[in-house]
Design a protein around this ligand. Structure first.
Ligand code: FE2
Length: 128
């Protein structure tokens, strides 16, 4: 069963969806089940993907990777998402952007801050 905010990808057309609510059926695209993209949390390869969150004046900065992730035409970070106490914000990136995003946020002392990012090759990653 698909859960709220899970990410799925179609192997054929590369369509990516994020669920805005849970569903009881499999997700289909191009006539096939879509692939669930799990939230990965630990890097083992030399390329680094785990988002790193930093509190800054007026919000947060999220960088992708302890070493900046490459931003190439065939391999890049497609989006970065930040969730602050349930407030969900998303920035889309292009291959010529830096692998980071700034998010304005007026919540002073949040209880929970988490970020996810999506690499077009290595999938979904989460950091807190
Ligand atoms: Fe990657």
């Amino acid at each position: 069963m698909a859960k709220k905010y899970e990410v799925y990808k179609c192997e054929d057309c590369a369509c990516i969806v994020m669920l805005m609510d849970a569903g009881s059926e499999d997700l289909l695209c191009c006539g096939k089940n879509m692939i669930h993209m799990p939230e990965q949390t630990a890097d083992s390869s030399k390329e680094k993907h785990v988002p790193i969150i930093k509190k800054i004046d007026g919000g947060f900065e999220v960088k992708v990777g302890s070493i900046p992730h490459p931003m190439l035409e065939n391999h890049w970070i497609q989006w970065i998402e930040l969730v602050v106490d349930g407030q969900r914000m998303l920035r889309e990136l292009g291959s010529s952007d830096e692998p980071k995003a700034y998010f304005s946020c007026s919540i002073e002392n949040p209880k929970k801050v988490a970020a996810r990012e999506y690499c077009n090759i290595h999938g979904l990653w989460r950091g807190e």
